[in-house]
Write a protein that binds this ligand. Structure first.
Ligand SMILES: Nc1ncnc2c1ncn2[C@@H]1O[C@H](COP(=O)(O)OP(=O)(O)OP(=O)(O)O)[C@@H](O)[C@H]1O
Ligand SMILES: [Mg+2]
Length: 299
């Protein structure tokens, strides 16, 4: 398999503040990778550096084993940035036609028009007259203009309604089926889980986890066993158990955070701990994500 993206010890500082810190990973052809992280995690900064639009403070980026600025590389990538900016003075059709001329093997005009999902009358409108959602669709079509092998989408679905969102992800799946390599950023865990084959979890400029969605979920999801304790609960003893990550009290109940709820239940019974009203909670990804960002000190 061909290595499409290779990032080595990439860092970016803005006025002494680290936006991206010592990030390394590589992406193989055909992967659909989500860069997942909260606001300010360093997603856009990383993407801009991968595209060669922002100079790294240190570290290396290579796309298709070349520098991202090379013309040969540019011809093979498509980009939808977080801030959509289209050329205001031009009609939609004209922008599409112009972008086709930038690439050696562009998609047909018909295909590009189809990708915008716009009607003939709208295609003759100047781009500044489009709604936010329509602009995003044009921006998507422009990203696809050169029939790219590698595409970057930075927060692509922000501002899209749920129909547009579904359509967008259906198109991304088609790209993946056609063997394209896709890299997108999002703060929606659900999107990353639904669409990506791999998640790069960013927080405070650092890559904090890298793996397939199910592995990342397993790492993130904290299951709990909670109950009412019939006396003094031997908190310390449970805290020392290997699969227990935390024990705390909440709303008059003892909560044991664990990756192995069966084991905790067995321990409760073998220790003869007087407990009642036991409940097992599998944990929600959203909660886990919040917890992770709190733990990492993001406010
Ligand atoms: N041009 C810039 N000048 C100064 N600081 C910047 C600049 N661009 C980004 N930053 C800072 O770098 C950090 C990472 O920003 P970045 O835009 O990469 O985050 P993000 O993960 O894309 O967030 P969001 O989800 O809000 O888009 C933030 O603290 C941000 O304030
Ligand atoms: Mg961003």
């Amino acid at each position: 398999m061909e290595t499409i993206v290779e990032i080595t010890n990439l860092s970016k500082e803005f006025k002494g503040k680290k936006a991206v810190e010592d990030v390394s990973f590589s992406i193989q052809s055909g992967e659909v990778v989500a860069i997942l992280g909260p606001n300010g995690a360093g997603k856009s900064t990383s993407i801009l550096m991968m595209l060669g639009l922002l100079h790294p403070s240190s570290g290396e980026v290579s796309l298709f084993n070349q520098r991202p600025q090379e013309q040969k590389v540019r011809e093979r990538i498509g980009v939808m940035l977080q801030q959509v900016s289209l050329m205001d003075a031009l009609k939609v059709k004209e922008v599409l036609a112009l972008f086709r001329t930038y690439y050696p093997n562009p998609l047909s005009m018909e295909e590009l028009i189809r990708l915008t999902g716009l009607q003939e009358s709208e295609l003759n409108k100047r781009t500044e007259k489009l709604s936010g959602g329509q602009k995003r669709r044009v921006s998507f079509a422009l990203a696809m203009a050169g029939n790219p092998d590698l595409v970057f989408f930075d927060e692509p679905t922000v501002g899209m309604d749920s129909t547009a969102r579904k359509e967008f992800w259906a198109r991304v799946r088609q790209l993946a089926d056609a063997g394209k390599t896709v890299l997108f950023s999002t703060h929606y865990l659900q999107e990353a889980d639904d669409v990506a084959t791999r998640i790069l979890l960013f927080n405070e400029g650092k890559l904090v986890a890298d793996g397939c969605p199910s592995t990342i979920k397993q790492q993130l999801l904290k299951k709990t066993v909670s109950f009412k304790a019939g006396g003094d609960f031997p908190k310390e003893r449970f805290l020392t158990m290997t699969h227990v990550s935390d024990v705390y009290e909440e709303k008059g109940r003892v909560v044991i955070q664990t990756e192995d709820t069966d084991h905790v239940l067995a321990s409760l019974f073998t220790e003869g701990t007087p407990v009642s009203d036991i409940s097992i909670d599998k944990g929600r990804l959203e909660d886990a994500f919040e917890q992770l960002t709190v733990e990492q000190g993001v406010s």
